[in-house]
Design a protein around this ligand. Structure first.
Ligand code: GAR
Length: 224
């Protein structure tokens, strides 16, 4: 195969999505490898997933910088020092300015625990329950300056079940996040998708997707 895309992952917290990407990248045929993990918080639990898997980690504390742009320039310098091709935001909880977004345009992915463009921002599951929504899910998209916005790459939906709590819903959506993010990265890194007119365009051949055990209660788009 052609050489693997070099990926930098940005985190702020526990890093369970980072771990799902690390595990996916261990597959020999996976078209990407993680070469750097950066956290804006020194106490991010997810940093341990990097160190345990021999991936370089860095803490770049946004509070040490006078402006968002200076923080972002430091992020870009760290990513470029590792010759990163693609950036994956995995629970990275900083708003990004066009300075960073434009630099990594169509090379930066984000995962969000809702069916975008619905329920951008925080507390998505509580709001889904408060609205009585019957379906929710998660989305992976290319990053734009507006929070949780940008061309959608893949989405997965699950039904909201009777008796659901915020915690149960968060856990069931997270399990699906762990499938969809590696899948979306596979699509991008393999060149199976491109962005045209600010929409994702899918090639003829999409990679196979392994269905999770509870596959009967969710579905994913696009289907290979
Ligand atoms: C995930 O649910 C992710 O979708 C969400 O933060 C969580 C991080 O968990 N991201 C956003 O809300 C982005 N707007 P993790 O650290 O275990 O991957």
């Amino acid at each position: 195969m052609t050489s693997k895309k070099r990926v930098g992952v940005l985190i702020s917290g526990r890093g369970s999505n980072l771990l799902s990407l690390i595990e996916a990248c261990k597959q020999p045929e996976f078209p990407a490898e993680i070469v750097l993990v950066v956290s804006n918080r020194a106490d991010a639990g997810g940093l341990q997933h990097g160190t345990r898997n021999n991936i370089p980690t860095q803490v770049i504390d946004h509070k040490q910088f006078a402006t968002r742009e200076e923080f972002e320039d430091e992020l870009t310098a760290a990513l470029e020092a590792e010759h990163v091709d693609l950036v994956c935001n995995a629970g990275f909880m900083r708003l990004l300015t066009e300075n960073f977004v434009d630099h990594w345009l169509n090379r930066q992915l984000n995962i969000h625990p809702s069916l975008l463009p619905s329920y951008k921002g925080l507390n998505t599951h509580a709001r889904v329950l408060a609205d009585g929504s019957l379906i929710t899910g998660c989305s992976v998209h290319f990053v734009r300056t507006e929070m949780d916005s940008g061309p959608l790459i893949a989405q997965a939906a699950i039904g909201v079940v009777p008796g659901e709590t915020e915690e149960s819903l968060a856990a069931r959506v997270l399990a699906v996040e762990h499938v969809i993010y590696p899948y979306a990265l596979h699509l991008v890194a393999s060149g199976a998708v491109v962005v045209e007119n600010d929409r994702v365009k899918y090639g003829d051949k999409l990679p196979d997707l392994e269905q999770p055990e509870n596959g009967s209660d969710w579905f994913i788009v696009p289907r290979a």
